[in-house]
Write a protein that binds this ligand. Structure first.
Ligand SMILES: [Zn+2]
Length: 256
């Protein structure tokens, strides 16, 4: 039997002032925008987050005028999640599940390119992402994610395949219904942190963004991920960690 496989997919880059994503930092940061493919031994697939929207080949302002004040994108047609999947021999129309960490624009832009997937999202996130004020401020854009897919709204921990191999772990705080994804690979458990932790340093120093749904809730979620690392032996793969990203194998062999 083939084993569970995790394949990192690079779906563009954003650059911004570090202080606009982590309070108190200086300088600029380059943020990789990952999507993660999980291939289950049954042949079913999960894509965890779908990267940037393909219109961002024209820049952030092409789709999000307010976000363009803070973020500059680097996005080429080959950064589309559908292209990245094809590069590792996966048919985008055959993807069975999308799990969203949350519904900010850099995590759900490629959703239209995976037309037959079932979406798995925390109920609180789905609800928050339809709030008119948050849509007005471009925190969320339903045109990115509310496209007629089957949507499974879950509350709390959710076992995607019912065999314990891939499990959604709620890590709220960054947003109302943020979740991380635990993938129990043969080489050991991995947790995709999403934006609960952007990169390693922010976990070591427990740094927070200047925005967010609930800072105390996020600190508790960060603590939970630390515990999974320190007590459960989970390897953490961060949401936007340039240094870590550079060391990940982006080939169809993936991580097993
Ligand atoms: Zn993000």
């Amino acid at each position: 039997m083939t084993s569970l496989r995790l394949v990192p997919l690079e779906c563009g880059w954003l650059s911004t002032a570090a202080s606009s994503v982590v309070a108190g930092l200086s300088g600029n940061v380059e943020l990789p925008i990952p999507s993660w493919l999980v291939i289950h031994p049954s042949g079913q697939t999960v894509v965890f987050d779908t990267g940037l929207h393909h219109e961002l080949v024209e820049g952030v302002a092409a789709r999000y005028p307010l976000m363009a004040r803070q973020f500059v994108s680097r996005f080429t047609p080959e950064d589309k999640v559908s292209e990245r999947l094809q590069q590792v021999d996966i048919d985008p129309s055959g993807v069975t599940n999308i799990v969203f960490s949350h519904l900010h624009f850099d995590h759900c832009g490629g959703t239209s390119l995976l037309p037959n997937a079932r979406i798995i999202v925390q109920e609180a996130e789905w609800k928050s992402a339809h709030h008119p004020k948050l849509i007005e401020h471009e925190v969320y854009n339903p045109a990115d994610f509310d496209l007629g897919h089957d949507v499974l709204k879950v509350e709390g921990t959710h076992d995607v395949f019912g065999d314990g191999s891939v499990v959604c772990i709620p890590t709220p705080g960054h947003t109302a219904g943020h979740q991380s994804l635990r993938v129990n690979l043969e080489s050991g458990p991995v947790v995709l942190t999403g934006d609960c932790v952007y990169w390693e340093q922010v976990l070591e120093e427990m740094l927070l963004p200047p925005f967010g749904f609930d800072h105390q809730m996020q600190l508790d979620s960060m603590q939970k991920l630390k515990q999974l690392r320190d007590e459960d032996g989970c390897r953490l793969l961060y949401g936007h960690d340039q240094a870590q990203w550079a060391h990940l194998t982006q080939s169809s062999a993936g991580i097993t």
